[in-house]
Design a protein around this ligand. Structure first.
Ligand SMILES: Cc1cc2nc3c(=O)[nH]c(=O)nc-3n(C[C@H](O)[C@H](O)[C@H](O)COP(=O)(O)OP(=O)(O)OC[C@H]3O[C@@H](n4cnc5c(N)ncnc54)[C@H](O)[C@@H]3O)c2cc1C
Length: 394
């Protein structure tokens, strides 16, 4: 059987933002695509605060992604100890939102199906064999053949873990503890919901996020970067840092928790083998960074776009078996990923926060350039701050 006669042009594992985006774009290009998701939508997923630059990808997908979500006007960085605070406005050309991930991911998956993707839920991919003449994918229920395989399995990173190519990135956050709260009304709370800002609160152990969501709900998380103090369990640690924050105490007066305290680990890493013979990885399966600048879903849909467009070219020109198919786009991905990695590293090393973030109002050009990066504008040629960062300055 030649590659051209395989039942599917592309088989995608993982129906999160990366997988649904890649599948939809390939279906739009006219390819026969199978999308396999181990869970069933809607399913819970952390990661609610979006970067504005996902909007052009949403437009390509034909998604009205703002509907039903809270508009976000920017990010507040707050040091309660010193009383310093800085606002980065993210209201440029594109609007952005604090989204309900279960709904967002479901809509993306349904949109893929509506655009011609064959989707299967509750079907976990177990094995993948990418060979010279095609790919074989084995799930809990079936065996499938195709011409190309895309790994969009998130932090499960199917291919990366199988190939042992996941390289951990040290010194960023190690794990997150978070919980959702129902809150009522107060002038301060009303302000939080009117602006829709994400708030990043500095803490000696890492940082806390506060994300307002529709239905008067707050998502509040603690990301731990330092060694956890001995003798205290995770639940108590979370509560200790909430209690220590005057702002959170005020906002959470008369609130009720909606969930238990949840934990997410498996933090920052880069998959060193992001593509190869008849396969490529996108989203968290390619790399994952500490969520302080809310870059995860942006990288998910952006890498899916890069991969889908290049796979389309490969299939069209019958060169999809070239193991170097993605070599042309990968440096672009690496520039974006490295920029964000360095920015996060600077955040933790405190130079960024104290020398730059809180002083940024005195340096409008720098503030504008950092704001562009926080919006997802990672590939502009004239961002001097980014160039300095990549050259090891800043
Ligand atoms: C604590 C924390 C906070 C975060 N906050 C933000 C934020 O505010 N903003 C932001 O943009 N990002 C945030 N992120 C990151 C964001 O959630 C992810 O980057 C994003 O979900 C990546 O999308 P994805 O499609 O690559 O992976 P996922 O969304 O994880 O989707 C992968 C899918 O693959 C499925 N799957 C896994 N294995 C298999 C298999 N073998 N077969 C079939 N299906 C499989 C899974 O069920 C899942 O549905 C946060 C992450 C963490 C940990």
């Amino acid at each position: 059987m030649t590659g051209r006669q395989k039942p599917y042009d592309v088989i995608v594992a993982g129906g999160g933002p990366a997988g649904s985006t890649a599948a939809t774009l390939l279906a739009q290009h006219g390819h026969r695509v199978l999308l396999l998701e181990k869970d069933s939508h809607p399913r819970f997923h952390i990661g609610e605060s979006m970067m504005p630059r996902i909007a052009p990808v949403m437009q390509r997908l034909g998604m009205d992604w703002g509907e039903g979500n809270l508009q976000k006007s920017g990010a507040d960085f707050i040091d309660e100890q010193s009383g310093r605070q800085l606002f980065f406005p993210l209201q440029g050309r594109y609007r952005t939102y604090q989204i309900e991930r279960s709904e967002f991911d479901r809509k993306l998956f349904d949109n893929a199906i509506a655009q011609g993707v064959e989707g299967q839920q509750q079907e976990k991919v177990l094995e993948v064999d990418c060979a010279q003449n095609g790919v074989e994918v084995r799930t809990e229920k079936n065996d499938y053949q195709g011409r190309y395989f895309i790994d969009a399995t998130g932090r499960s990173a199917l291919m990366g873990r199988r190939q042992r190519s996941i390289q951990r990135i040290e010194n960023l956050g190690r794990f997150a503890l978070y919980r959702y709260f129902q809150v009522g009304h107060s002038p301060q709370l009303d302000d939080v919901f009117t602006t829709g800002n994400v708030k990043i609160l500095l803490a000696d152990i890492g940082w806390l996020w506060l994300i307002p969501m529709v239905g008067r709900r707050l998502s509040i998380g603690l990301v731990v970067q330092q060694d956890k103090p001995k003798g205290i369990d995770q639940q108590d640690l979370y509560q200790q840092y909430i209690d220590a924050s005057p702002l959170l105490n005020t906002l959470l007066q008369d609130s009720s928790p909606l969930t238990e305290i949840k934990v997410e680990a498996d933090f920052s890493y880069l998959n060193q083998r992001r593509y190869g013979l008849r396969h490529a990885c996108c989203g968290d399966a390619a790399g994952f960074l500490d969520p302080v600048f809310s870059s995860g879903v942006f990288f998910a849909v952006k890498t899916a776009e890069f991969i889908a467009d290049r796979v389309h070219q490969g299939l069209q020109e019958d060169i999809e078996d070239d193991p170097q198919l993605h070599a042309i786009d990968d440096p672009t991905y690496q520039t974006g990923f490295r920029t964000m990695h360095l920015l996060i590293e600077r955040f933790y090393s405190s130079r960024l926060i104290h020398n730059l973030v809180f002083e940024a109002d005195r340096h409008p050009r720098i503030k504008q350039e950092v704001t562009a990066l926080l919006a997802g504008d990672l590939w502009q040629e004239n961002n001097h701050f980014q160039q300095g960062l990549l050259r090891g300055r800043g």
